[in-house]
Design a protein around this ligand. Structure first.
Ligand code: SAH
Length: 386
């Protein structure tokens, strides 16, 4: 195994429980090859762990283990099994869930989403990409899937100098896979759909938000229609909005498959639509805001904060007293405290008083590591207008 030496700052970061080492903190790469497994040592040559090495990314090393360890098939099988055992504890009522959540399952750079008999896999860094065949082999052993899609078109792979591709890796995968989530049928295009087919991280929040929903509801950034479908039974009417026509087509198919009446799907830019509805004095009793990540980097935090404030302010102007706002952010750079502050600012500007019903996060099959803040990316606040 090649040995890579890192500086004190990197050693401290590892001691603080974080698995990443930045290239600026690497002292000697020891001639490591792209995607290889390396031994990481500190300035005094003491072992810090075993890591995947990336030759191009700013995140140069991703720790797999805190000791010198063989990371062959046995290693992957044990980690993947542990991930699946955890899902058995926390996942219920769904055929689709995230089976592996990268760092949070001690498998940095690896995502596995299960859609019933099918798996969608992402190997997002050079190391995981190189270990791909071993990983697929272990996944076949654990899940015996009918088909596996390698959903490797995520833009982060460009930083690793890896090609962006989405293809069937083994078995057969239909154009649309149907899965039950919380009793609702969802269609997922595993090869071309958003994320790996469906946004699985909001599964628990759909139920929580629907429990407070009533009257006329507006589901902004609906994607496959998850919030809308869950709210429909409790509401007089639901309007579901997204700017992507392909996504809306799937959402309409989902509504039809569940024989859900009363959802009106609309293709629009949410920013414009909220402004137009405020001008027209339209009123709602429930509004959901689940925008894409506005802050894709730390540098983008300020404009992102303005964007979040804007949509929350506009949504609050549409809500009746007693109405409920479910507002989300999936930017890991934006902490829950920041989101609370932004929404509080919007509430003050709109002259509304908000009560916190629930402060939620991503579903438990997307676990969070206490010392790795990046794993806590989704925030979902359920608020009531007093
Ligand atoms: N609520 C969804 C996930 C939303 S993801 C779910 O539970 O599945 C964000 C969605 O916002 C995407 O579907 C994207 O197409 C849409 N989107 C992005 N910018 C938009 C805009 N300005 N107006 C409307 N929709 C937008």
């Amino acid at each position: 195994m090649t040995t890579v030496r890192v500086n004190r700052k990197a050693a401290e970061r590892i001691a603080a429980g974080h698995p990443w080492i930045f290239s600026s903190d690497v002292l000697d790469r020891g001639g490591a090859e792209a995607g290889s497994v390396v031994l990481v040592v500190n300035e005094r040559n003491r072992t810090l762990g075993t890591a995947h090495y990336s030759s191009t990314s700013q995140i140069c090393l991703r720790l797999l283990s805190r000791r010198a360890e063989d990371t062959g098939r046995e290693f992957f099988l044990a980690r993947l099994r542990a991930a699946e055992n955890y899902r058995r504890q926390v996942v219920s009522g769904t055929e689709a869930y995230r089976a592996v959540h990268a760092e949070a399952d001690l498998l940095p750079g690896l995502i596995v989403d299960r859609y019933g008999d099918y798996l969608a896999v992402q190997t997002l860094d050079q190391g995981m990409d190189r270990a791909r065949e071993t990983i697929l082999d272990c996944l076949r052993e654990i899940y015996a899937p009918r088909g596996v899609v390698l959903r490797n078109d995520a833009s982060v792979r460009a930083r690793e100098d890896l090609p962006l591709i989405s293809q069937v890796a083994c078995g057969e995968v239909p154009g649309r896979v149907a899965v039950r989530i919380n009793g609702f049928l969802f269609h997922a295009d595993l090869i071309k759909g958003q994320k790996t087919g469906v946004y699985l991280d909001q599964r628990e929040n759909y139920l929580a938000a629907a429990a407070y929903a009533s009257g006329r509801a507006l589901d902004c950034f609906t994607s496959s229609g998850g919030f809308a479908l869950h709210m429909a039974a409790r509401c007089e009417s639901v309007e579901a909005v997204d700017s992507s026509p392909e996504t809306l087509e799937t959402a309409r198919a989902n509504a039809a498959a569940n024989q859900t009446a009363g959802i009106e799907f609309r293709e629009a830019n949410v920013f414009d639509l909220l402004a137009a509805y405020a001008a027209a004095r339209r009123r709602f009793q429930t509004v959901v805001l689940d925008p894409p990540a506005f802050a894709k980097s730390r540098a983008a935090l300020e404009p992102a904060a303005r964007g979040y404030k804007e949509i929350n302010l506009r949504a609050l102007r549409l809500l009746d007293t007693g109405g409920v706002l479910a507002t989300c952010s999936c930017s890991h750079h934006l902490s829950e405290a920041m989101l609370l502050e932004i929404v509080a600012g919007a509430a003050l500007d709109a002259g509304r008083t908000l009560r916190v019903l629930e402060r939620r996060t991503q579903a438990r099959d997307h676990p969070i590591l206490l010392t790795v803040p990046e794993t806590h990316y989704l925030k979902c606040l359920l608020l009531q207008v007093l």
